[in-house]
Design a protein. Structure first.
Length: 254
């Protein structure tokens, strides 16, 4: 982080002008002392320069504090259930977002912050704006949890086509199946899956698990099975939807 991070253009100008004025006033005071002249006017310039630098300095400190809070927000394992805590986190993220327009890496972290507090749609919208800038691999890696959360959200409640069960095995007590993914959902799932695999960074087990279901829904069982295997290589204890396992295994080995 440099001294100008998180500052608006006018704040950067204030800081720069204040510094130049401060140096000029110090030089003027030095000359006046040597010449034994009254330097009260120059002292006024010093005060004015400090005021010019002070406001941007305070904003920079607040920005730095916000970055620390952002790391804390992103690190929490579950979205906050306390409305006051969530509201406070939203204020921090909104404030940082307003000052992160020229910083894709910070925007990606803020996007992940929205994901961490359960605002998946807002997180994904911000992630999309970052991805349109063709960011670095590091930035894309930061967005992996956001894309994974969005993929899981879109897939929630969609059914997975499985081989029909024998009539004898069916039970009248079996709950009704979830609706199959609509054409719109399938397109969205395909887009997010493509973005996730296009990040060019090693994916965590949870992302591979989400992709496994996505490819089953999209009718690509070989890719689904490959992601199941990848997830288990990374985390042998990961829990994967049983229907995904059955559909991927059955369809990939006819």
């Amino acid at each position: 982080m440099n001294v100008f991070d998180g500052l608006y253009g006018y704040e950067k100008l204030m800081l720069l002008c204040g510094f130049i004025l401060f140096v000029f006033a110090l030089a003027a005071i030095t000359v006046m002392i040597v010449q034994r002249r009254d330097f009260k006017m120059a002292m006024g310039l010093i005060v004015f320069a400090i005021v010019l630098m002070g406001f941007p300095g305070i904003q920079a400190v607040k920005f730095g504090d916000g970055l620390g809070e952002l790391d804390t927000i992103r690190a929490q394992p579950h979205a906050p259930t306390d409305p006051a805590q969530k509201e406070q986190a939203q204020k921090v993220l909104t404030s940082l977002e307003e000052r992160a327009a020229d910083n894709p890496q910070l925007q990606a972290k803020i996007s992940d912050g929205y994901r961490a507090i359960g605002e998946v749609d807002k997180a994904y919208d911000l992630a999309q704006s970052v991805l349109r800038q063709k960011p670095s691999a590091q930035v894309q890696a930061t967005l992996v949890p956001v894309l994974t959360a969005k993929l899981n959200q879109v897939q929630a409640g969609t059914s997975i086509d499985e081989p029909a069960m024998p009539a004898a095995a069916a039970s009248s007590a079996t709950p009704p199946a979830a609706p199959a993914a609509t054409a719109t959902q399938q397109r969205e799932i395909a887009d997010i899956a493509s973005q996730l695999q296009g990040t060019g960074t090693p994916l965590p087990a949870a992302s591979h698990a989400a992709l496994a279901k996505a490819y089953v829904v999209l009718g690509q069982p070989q890719k689904a099975q490959a992601n199941v295997e990848a997830a288990r290589r990374i985390d042998p204890n990961i829990r994967i939807n049983a229907a995904v396992l059955r559909a991927a295994r059955t369809d990939s080995h006819p």
